[in-house]
Every structure is written in structure tokens, then in C-alpha cells.
Design a protein. Structure first.
Length: 278
């Protein structure tokens, strides 16, 4: 049975295992909030890839907030449609490098699936290595036998975040830029107030990346060292995407006492009863 060696894999590992029948490769590309040009959402993909529609199929469309996690039963049905089995080995990537792919990694972890990794450097690294690419196409697949086992500890609600502030038993780490965290730059979501969750700290997601790749374990340990304690880490961001980059980096250095605030600042700032800092 094919197993991922870690929460990230290198392009050469994926290339060596490209034709393995257990391997599922997911393209999780979404448009970047800030400035991702449309040309990134192009027609090329890694050979044998399937498109993982993070913004539509795998988010609740009726939610007031973007990227809201599906319920476990719906996620299971949609994962089966992609031909994913219990014995599959999943590698997820995006066309930015490392941006939206960690969100998909986290979603599968949340749904109880462990044999998944993010491609370090994503599609840019794959192309740089001159590995095989194809044009995107609709894949007709046999239904998989994927089954969810929801791990509620990996996802936290606004009520529990608020409770953790009152009890002082967790630390919120915000993945947004310094300017957004400090409230000196407006939020990209129209009408959303600026600010931050009280007592939170800031590690912009770009600080755990070296261009399109995750930084080394030694570098990441240094970045997270001021925040490592017996308390649980709550990762937050604007709408739950880049918080998962921090979660991936934290998991990569062997730290597992964390959770992701799915609603993040978009949900928190929209609730007038919750405290905010500027």
C-alpha cells in the first residue's frame, strides 16, 4: 500500500509514484484573494490529476461565509465521486505553490483520512522539474468507497474560540498579513471591518514559505517557538484558507495540539456581540 512519507512530499517522490494505482492527485487551485492573475487558473495540470472544487462542491454554498466546511456525510459522497477509496494515497497541489492545497489536506484530516500530503512547491515546482503535464479534462470515474470519521477537535466554532479567550487556555495565531492584522489595510471582503480577535498573535502565512515551498523544519521551529506551550493553538485567517498553511507547517514540525477556526475573521468580525481589537 502506498503511503505518503510526511505531510508534504517532493515532486520527485510524486513523479516516482505517478502510475501507482492507489495514488490520487488533486488539483485544489483557487483564485488567490490578493492578486493571483487569471492566467494561473489555466488549462494545464499534473498528469492524472483530478480537480478538487474547493469553492463550490466542497464548501457549503448556502453559508453566509466563504469556504464553510461541508457536513461529513456530504463530504463523503463528493469524495467518493472523485474515486477516492479508503486505501487511496492522496497528494494535493495548487497552481500557486502552497496556497489552497493545505486547506484540502486539513479537510481530509478533519474527515479522518490520514494518508494525504501536500506537494511541496505545487505546480510551479512540478513544471520546473519538467515532469509530465496534461490539459485539464473531465474525468469519468468509478465511485470510491471513502468513509468519513469526523475529528471535531481539528475544527473550532466561534463560541469555543470565545470560551478559550475567557479561560485563557488557547492561543490564536492569525495567518493574515501584518497590515490586515493591525487594521491598517482594509479587508478584501467588501464591508468587513478591520481588526483582530483579542489577545491573538500574528504569523503571516508567507513567513512559513520560501517562495512557493514550505520552509525547513529548523526554520519553522524557530518561527513557532515563541508560541509553543501546553496550550492548544487556534489557527485563524480571513476565511479559513491560509490558516491551514500554518496548520500544515505546525504539523510538519511534529506539533499536533492545534485546531482551525473555520469561520475565521470573516465570521468573527461579522458578529457585533464578539469582542474585537484594532
Amino acid at each position: 500500500m502506498l503511503q505518503v512519507p510526511d505531510v508534504i512530499v517532493e515532486a520527485n517522490w510524486l513523479h516516482e509514484n505517478l502510475e501507482n494505482s492507489r495514488l490520487i492527485i488533486l488539483d485544489a487551485t483557487i483564485k488567490k484573494v490578493s492578486s493571483l492573475p487569471n492566467k494561473i487558473l489555466q488549462h494545464e495540470q499534473i498528469k492524472n490529476s483530478l480537480f478538487f472544487d474547493l469553492k463550490n462542491t466542497f464548501s457549503i454554498q448556502e453559508s453566509k461565509f466563504p469556504n464553510t466546511v461541508l457536513d461529513a456525510s456530504t463530504f463523503e459522497i463528493e469524495a467518493k465521486k472523485l474515486g477516492i477509496n479508503l486505501d487511496s494515497c492522496i497528494v494535493v497541489y495548487d497552481q500557486v505553490g502552497i496556497y489552497s492545497s493545505p486547506r484540502v489536506w486539513w479537510l481530509f484530516k478533519l474527515m479522518g483520512f490520514e494518508n494525504i500530503a501536500v506537494l511541496n512547491g505545487g505546480f510551479p515546482q512540478w513544471k520546473l522539474n519538467n515532469y509530465p503535464i496534461t490539459t485539464k479534462k473531465i474525468n469519468l470515474l468509478s465511485m470510491g468507497n471513502f468513509v468519513t470519521k469526523y475529528y471535531s477537535s481539528l475544527c473550532i466554532s466561534k463560541e469555543k474560540v470565545f470560551g478559550s479567550l475567557l479561560n485563557n487556555d488557547s492561543k490564536v495565531l492569525d495567518a493574515r498579513s501584518h497590515c490586515r492584522f493591525e487594521g491598517t489595510s482594509p479587508e478584501p471582503r467588501k464591508g468587513l471591518p478591520s481588526g483582530r480577535i483579542p489577545y491573538s498573535s500574528n504569523i503571516p502565512f508567507c513567513e512559513v514559505l520560501d517562495d512557493s515551498r514550505l520552509k525547513s523544519k529548523a526554520e519553522l521551529e524557530k518561527i513557532f517557538k515563541p508560541f509553543v506551550s501546553n496550550s492548544k493553538i487556534i489557527f485563524s485567517c480571513g476565511s479559513g484558507i491560509t490558516a491551514c498553511i500554518l496548520a500544515l507547517a505546525y504539523n510538519y514540525i511534529g506539533k499536533y495540539n492545534y485546531t482551525v477556526y473555520d469561520g475565521s475573521w470573516t465570521e468573527w468580525a461579522s458578529n457585533v456581540s464578539l469582542p474585537k481589537e484594532l
